[in-house]
Write a protein that binds this ligand. Structure first.
Ligand code: BJW
Length: 250
């Protein structure tokens, strides 16, 4: 594994970034799989699967209501801001695919962002195809129903606009990521894939490093601990993303 200490943002560099919960950890947002992570106090299958929602929608709404409240009260950190500066340098040769649903990249000022796992601050109907809408409500005591498609005797529940286990990611999001990487390759540019703050456990995000390698990308991982797929990367910088992203990118 390489030990170069900078990612050069040259005129022919295309940078595809994948972020995970670790990038928001220094803002005070809990990760999933670390000690004290969200999955320590909740069973994944109860709160982040369609089956869990069907079984106990109030529990699921309490979980996401708490997270809405917590995420609204935190601020982006230096890691988020380093990615904003990289985007300013690279323009359309930059794309940020995030698994995070906390909205902190956008609040920091990132513009070319794909929210692969959805967002905490939108709600949609679990049955009809009305577009997801902005929503800050925490629904602590009652599960909201859909005012658009509700029929007598049939309950259409509103749900968070989040991609749960066993659910498809939006194909348009995946195409946008693929198109970006392929444009880099076909333009003869230098593709760099940088993953930060992610345990490499969840697919398809964890497979992006391999897709990027196939296109000839240089691959970097910035993480506090080794990830499940560390060996797939050419470079591993171990430590907090709030310090390492500015050091690598500026
Ligand atoms: C720091 C730090 C600091 C801490 N600085 N670092 C192929 C193989 C096997 C299984 C599958 C497969 N393809 C699909 C699957 C099934 C499944 C899956 O991946 N399962 C695995 C568990 C094996 N995937 C899916 O179901 C996906 N859907 C799909 O593929 O659809 C197609 C399909 C449908 C039906 C059948 C088959 C295929 C959907 C996955 C959606 C995941 N959603 C979640 C929850 C919702 C979001 C929410 O509530 O917030 O998204 S799961 C959860 O994990 C969340 C995260 O986005 C995601 C990734 O977690 P992340 O970001 O990596 O966080 P952590 O906590 O795991 O790691 C944090 C890391 O940061 C750690 O390593 C720390 O060390 C580090 N860290 N502080 C730097 N300061």
């Amino acid at each position: 594994m390489g030990t170069a200490d900078r990612i050069a943002l040259d005129e022919d560099t295309w940078l595809l970034v994948l972020t995970g919960a670790g990038v928001s950890a220094e803002s005070g947002v809990p990760t999933f799989r670390d000690s004290n992570g969200l999955w320590e106090s909740h069973r994944v299958e109860d709160v982040a699967s369609p089956e869990g929602f069907a079984r106990d929608p109030l529990l699921v709404w309490r979980f996401y209501g708490e997270r809405r409240k917590a995420a609204a009260g935190v601020e982006p950190n230096e890691g988020h801001r380093a990615l904003v500066r990289a985007e300013k340098k690279l323009g359309d040769r930059f794309l940020l695919a995030t698994q995070n649903v906390d909205g902190l990249h956008t609040r920091a000022g990132s513009e070319r962002v794909v929210e692969m796992h959805g967002t905490l601050f939108k709600t949609r109907c679990s049955r009809c195809d009305r577009p997801p809408f902005e929503d800050q409500d925490t629904y602590e005591n009652a599960v909201p129903g859909c005012g658009k498609c509700q029929r007598p005797g049939s309950t259409a529940l509103l749900r968070p606009h989040i991609v749960w286990f066993g659910e498809m990611l939006d194909p348009a999001d995946l195409h946008r990521i693929e198109r970006f990487a392929q444009s880099a390759a076909s333009s003869g540019g230098k593709l760099v894939f940088l993953a930060a703050g992610t345990s490499g456990n969840v697919f398809p995000a964890a497979g992006l490093v391999d897709a990027a390698r196939k296109l000839g990308a240089d691959t970097w991982l910035v993480n506090a601990e080794p990830a499940e797929n560390t060996r797939r990367f050419a470079h591993f910088a171990r430590g907090p993303s709030g310090t390492l992203l500015p050091a690598l990118l500026d």
